[in-house]
Design a protein around this ligand. Sequence first.
Ligand code: CTP
Length: 398
Amino acid sequence: MLNAKKILLGISGGIAAYKSAYLIRMFVKAGAEVKVVVTPNALQFIGKVTLETLSKNKVYDHVFAEQNDYSTEHIALTDWADIFVIAPATANIIGKFANGIADDALSTSFLAFNKEIFIAPAMNTKMFDHYSVQLNMAYLEAKGVHFINSTTGDLACGYEGNGRMEEPEKIIKYIESFLESKAVLRGKHVMITAGPTYEAIDPVRFIGNHSSGKMGFALAEAAAELGAHVTLICGPVAISTHNPLIERINIVTANEMHLACKQFYKNADIIIMAAAVADYTISKPAEKKIKKSKGNTTLELTPTTDILAELGKLKTKKQILIGFALETNNETDNALKKLHNKNLDFIVLNSLKDKGAGFAHDTNKVSIFDKKGKVQHFDKKPKTEIARDIINYVLNIQ
Ligand code: CTP
């Protein structure tokens, strides 16, 4: 479950910080990639060199540019990681997390992280039992943070009681079984199209569009996060995939995308067509570069196959087919027409009228229309979150 996972490990200043070294080793052994972010106090208990050697990555201990490569490191780090594990978490860092205080690299990263967070508390038993620590933990738990309960035993301060950080093996087991329980799409095959297609005019030029592929790639990651095997058929884009469950098929033209979809759709349980496929291709691309001549010129275009409409005719009862509609006007009418004409289970509409939606942005604002006439509008959000909303929508109709 941890293979190829990107784990951000946060370490705060407690004696249990020495156990973080074992934790890193175990994560790495399980195939995960680990980056470490520490509070200044954590470095009183464990050396940076140890953490860097074990994680094979540099340790982040400061939010300012002179210490790091660039000043928004905490954002880059949190975008990079799949999960965030804070072990050990002291009463102090838990208090900061619960109250939105961001005054060091670890607390700042916490505020910038919007995926699964696991906290393994470690502190003196009296501190652990204190109502304000209990209140902070209860608040964070209510907000969706996962607590890996501390255990009872001899504490480094000489006391006996609750507050001892859980052993690294058990922390790993906890995280693995959590990820296992989330893998609700394990055994399912999802086919996704993404990005633009390019239609050659001559060996140098092409007709393309502004699609960045970000929405389709975010969907692929969201489905793979839940354990699905994903076939991502994508046009020319400058993005890479992260999850090893994603099989990427690169194509260039609408015809190549059509052929790839025909090959893969049969085994797919869920098909999401997010690509901006060219509706026309050049009838006869020139073999040699076309030289400019005086006056106007004309290009003859031939319609491409509407891949989504074709899959709409071929789809079986077991398959779920989802289309996208990017519109500039009469949005709802156009989306509903596509939903019915192409025989879709639902269509995701985004309008270029909405700021921060559509091409190239990292955000999107969408509405989902389903075949039963239901509509759901979503707020403007990062495409990664929209992707999870769409996948959740699919899970709810299954
Ligand atoms: N689509 C497709 N093959 C095409 C054209 C579009 O699979 N040749 C899919 C897109 O991936 C998207 C949906 O059809 O899921 C709608 O695409 P869009 O470009 O919005 O609509 P069109 O059907 O092409 O109609 P128009 O361009 O006239 O709006």
